[in-house]
Design a protein around this ligand. Structure first.
Ligand SMILES: *Cc1c(COP(=O)(O)O)cnc(C)c1O
Length: 227
């Protein structure tokens, strides 16, 4: 879709448009690996989500445990193969609920949560795939480990807590060039032997793909503006 063209009317058309833009960005970057579209359905109800499922989308992201719990068990029961990603901060008192719902956490962001995950694992829980959130802009209001703490945090998560770390995630500051943050996240991942990068949202997923994103988290471009 080019600027000035009308926005596709249906969820299926919007999904197709995003997928086409992802493919074009991957091609432009000379990439042949698979890039996962995480459809961010926060604030949208089952009626808005079902058309995307019908159009073939299977990977979804939610930022709140309670909201996800209200919507997803029924949607999942109706369609096999749905993968649910937690993309918002997780309180340790909601960990058990989150473990029951989500396949992937993008927001491992502190020692206490790593400890709590390790304890659940010791009790026999199977853990989700884990991404560590890095607060690349060092913003006070945002979760995530600071870039200068990231290497040590990754090492402790692996060695002290026995966690397998699949990826890193970041949310760049709204008023800064996202490319700098994507490049920083990629650098931290590479030097720590981490393969997956969750970065890029509606406004900047093509840029993120250029910097190696393996998971883009797209909400409003698929579902429309959030209330
Ligand atoms: C809401 C949200 C998104 C999606 O943002 P859009 O700009 O609507 O695409 C992505 N990541 C996180 C962590 C979010 O909370």
């Amino acid at each position: 879709m080019k600027a000035g063209e009308p926005k596709p009317e249906t969820a299926a058309a919007r999904l197709e448009a995003i997928r086409a833009r992802m493919s074009a960005a991957a091609k432009e970057a000379g990439r042949k690996d698979e890039i996962t579209l995480v459809a961010v359905s926060k604030t949208f109800d089952a009626g808005a989500i079902q058309p995307l499922i019908d159009a073939g989308q299977r990977v979804f992201g939610e930022n709140r445990v309670q909201e996800a719990e209200a919507k997803w068990p029924a949607l999942r029961a109706a369609t096999p193969g749905i993968e649910l990603h937690l993309i918002g901060p997780l309180q340790t008192n909601k960990l058990k609920q989150a473990l029951a719902l989500f396949d992937v956490f993008h927001t491992l962001d502190r020692e206490r949560l790593a400890e709590a995950l390790a304890a659940e694992k010791a009790r026999g829980a199977s853990l989700p795939r884990l991404f560590i959130q890095v607060n690349t802009g060092e913003e006070a209001q945002k979760a995530g480990v600071f870039p200068r703490e990231a290497d040590a945090f990754i090492a402790r998560a692996r060695e002290v807590h026995g966690l397998s770390i699949e990826g890193l995630m970041c949310i760049p500051p709204v008023d800064e060039e996202p490319a700098l943050h994507f490049a920083l996240l990629e650098k931290i991942a590479r030097r720590n032997g981490i393969a997956k990068l969750s970065m890029g949202m509606s406004a900047d997923f093509e840029t993120a793909i250029g910097f190696g994103a393996t998971h883009v988290r797209v909400g409003s471009a698929l579902f429309g503006t959030r209330a």
